[in-house]
Write a protein that binds this ligand. Structure first.
Ligand SMILES: Cc1cc2nc3c(=O)[nH]c(=O)nc-3n(C[C@H](O)[C@H](O)[C@H](O)COP(=O)(O)OP(=O)(O)OC[C@H]3O[C@@H](n4cnc5c(N)ncnc54)[C@H](O)[C@@H]3O)c2cc1C
Length: 284
């Protein structure tokens, strides 16, 4: 469990990090909280020759909520998200996820940007950020570009980040009626199945819903059929919600491992989607 030898450099700003990325090319990896990259290096699944430490770039840390929009710097730690009253009020789904992620050590080091860039198929934020319809800002040599969460998470450990790009921030509209619930793996706390829901309520029924699921397939996904079926449903009518959330993982190739079979995972997607709907409806 000892990584291959590597060089270590510290970036002082986004521009400095981009310069170092361009200089070292494919040999380099950005280092944020190190709680996914370092384990990969210890297992020799990654062996970068150079680590570019971005953890000290102050502009990339923090949570801002104003005018109905929430903006989060990529280096904001899970623990800061979990402790944020703004987040609990404006995006309880993300607050839920940060509070139920890993353990205190992971939450105190890991970052939302690192967790997103890593693209783990069992990670929590990919589902939450898709349900929030978040926008990711990516900085590269030619400037910045924005991409929606649904187009960011492409597959297992695969995202839309270019080789020499840096994720700088994540933004979304406030979603007070939102929730994330998961069935966590008892050892790692990763999601065996996790469901994120954002509801727009009108006159006691669901006017619109965004539902995203993680832990099932190669990447988190939006459950479009469930979103349509939830329209017009009373979120307190458990039977109607159960009917609408049935088949949440339809069309997705569910993974199987020694802990959970594919059919179990798919069945749990329905159960946790229904729970997330009930929780989102009672949030606020
Ligand atoms: C014991 C344990 C339990 C865990 N449990 C959970 C869990 O329950 N749920 C969950 O979702 N996650 C879990 N994790 C993962 C955790 O959330 C990590 O913090 C996260 O996946 C990586 O964030 P990081 O800041 O540590 O990134 P790092 O490990 O530093 O980097 C990860 C990858 O992202 C790249 N990267 C980092 N920042 C950026 C950026 N700003 N722009 C572009 N690329 C970047 C790096 O180059 C690297 O490839 C767990 C980890 C451990 C060790």
């Amino acid at each position: 469990m000892i990584p291959a030898a590597f060089d270590y450099v510290r970036a002082s700003s986004v521009d400095d990090a981009l310069r170092l990325l361009a200089e070292h090319g494919d040999d380099a990896k950005l280092l944020a909280g190190g709680h996914s990259l370092i384990p990969m290096m210890k297992l020799r699944l990654a062996a970068p020759a150079v680590l570019i430490d971005i953890a000290g770039i102050p502009q990339l840390d923090g949570i801002a909520a104003s005018g109905g929009r929430v903006t989060i710097g990529a280096l904001t730690k899970h623990a800061a998200l979990a402790a944020s009253d703004d987040l609990r009020k404006h995006a309880p789904a993300l607050w839920d996820a940060a509070n139920d992620l890993g353990d205190p050590q992971v939450r105190n080091r890991g970052t939302i940007g690192g967790a997103s860039a890593h693209g783990d198929p069992s990670a929590d934020y990919p589902a939450v950020l898709q349900a929030l319809d978040a926008t990711f800002t990516l900085a590269g040599k030619g400037g910045t570009r924005e991409i929606r969460a649904a187009e960011f998470f492409l597959g297992m450990f695969e995202t839309a980040l270019g080789a020499n790009e840096l994720l700088t921030r994540i933004a979304f509209d406030a979603a007070p009626n939102s929730a994330y619930v998961k069935f966590h793996h008892p050892a790692s706390h990763y999601a065996v199945v996790g469901a994120a829901v954002v509801l727009t309520l009108s006159g006691g029924t669901i006017a619109a819903a965004r539902v995203a699921i993680t832990g099932i397939g190669d990447a988190a996904f939006r459950a479009g059929g469930v979103e349509s079926a939830l329209q017009g449903v009373n979120p307190n009518d458990a039977v109607a919600v159960k009917a609408a959330t049935a088949g949440a993982a339809r069309g997705v190739q569910a993974r199987a491992d020694t802990f959970a079979s594919a059919s179990y995972r798919a069945a749990m997607a329905d159960v946790f989607a229904a729970r997330a709907v009930a929780k989102a409806a009672s949030a606020r």
